[in-house]
Design a protein around this ligand. Sequence first.
Ligand code: SAH
Length: 477
Amino acid sequence: MAAFKSKILISGVFSHPAMRWRAFQSRLLCSSSVPGEDKPRPSMLRHLTSKIKSTGPIPVAEYMREVLTNPVTGYYVKNNMLGPDGDFITSPEISQIFGELLGVWVLSEWMAAGRPKQLQLVELGPGKGSLASDILRVFSQLKSVLVGASVSVHLVEVSPVLSLIQAQTLTGTDGQTDTQTDGQTERQTERQTETQTERQTERQTERQTDRGDEMVYRHGQTPEGLPVSWYRCLQDVPQGFSIFLAHEFFDALPIHKFQRTTKGWREVLVDIDPERPGQLRFVVAMSPTMASTAFVQSDERRSHIEVCAEGGVIVEQMSRRIIQDGGAALIADYGHDGTKTDTFRGFKGHALHEVLSSPGSADLTADVDFSFLRRAAGAEVSCLGPVTQRSFLKNMGIDSRMQVLLRNCTDESTRKQLISSYDMLTNPAQMGERFHFFSLLHPSRLAKPSPPQGLKLEKKREPAPLPVAGFTELTFT
Ligand code: SAH
């Protein structure tokens, strides 16, 4: 059984007596499943088989998109999958220190940008809202730093169930919903599936500035009075100086799979298994598909690859916004730099799950290819990383923060708890080296100061840009 999606035993983690630490309890004990949601969902399998019968085998990306985010029966749409009663656990759920250090990162990048008047905190796939909540606590503790800034929170979340939990975490209420989507019937939602692709295309062509706030499907206010808004996709978030965060978000986006064959690259598809009724199987496309023609690099050396085109589009959008409006993005996930091959896997009840079995009942995930995201970001934006979670957190000062917490803590079980969560986050054998941090920055952030010109040698040099926290070891002299 795995606690996080990279194979850690949850039994070892959650049976630990130190799990009684108060901060953990509040997160881990909250109910994590929607009543009746652990039942198998034959309707997803039916939906997929009728789709395959009418159009033929479908790309793995389409299979993954349907299984995870179908508006009626999608895994993310219907479940609260995080925590000990769910399917996996993530760093923000393991320790509040994680979110606090990311809060410091957000502030340091905002300050390095010259403290713009506006600060939009944009989180993609916020889960239970724990990361945003820990970041906002840092904002509140460092209020004096943010004086004069207009701070707002923007959450991109596809799951109505999770958006409600996020609203409760961040605003203390359910937030206010857009009446058009609240309480919609199943038929309406089904119709929504059919028109989803059309709408996505429309959205891609619509101009952001024309739309105002209409894409907000839930909104509320933190106890400190900061506005919080929920959107279904990044394009709906208003433009402005933003710090984007995506923790374990990109691994949940659909991937295409391609196989090198004697006839060239072919896409892997999902088909009905003719020999096992009610079961699905992988097949290799007979001829090139649009995706296999477009997404495989000509100099590719591996014999099997996974390409997350949707992730590429999102990174492209973030990069464009960072160039236009300023800001930065921090992407944290498990992944590789263009070296791995078959990483597609399922998780259910903290154990690995066969990806094609009982679709909709388990999480599906694939390692993030950071080299692909770097390419998608384009040359205009500056990329940093990936660096390991261990290096990032150590560079952010997790050791000093731990020392302060341990110095002020006399309760033995809380101390053990702190130490075990620290170990889980930073130990190379646990999450320390499997998870990576990757950042997109405005090019001015890393620009070298221009050398003094001509006779003005005596003039003061422009100061060198401050190092980017987390990606550089900070030394104090
Ligand atoms: N960041 C959180 C949750 C990770 S799980 C954490 O680390 O604890 C993935 C999150 O992304 C969930 O909130 C899920 O509902 C959301 N999500 C998945 N696919 C999405 C999509 N296509 N658009 C928006 N949100 C999505």
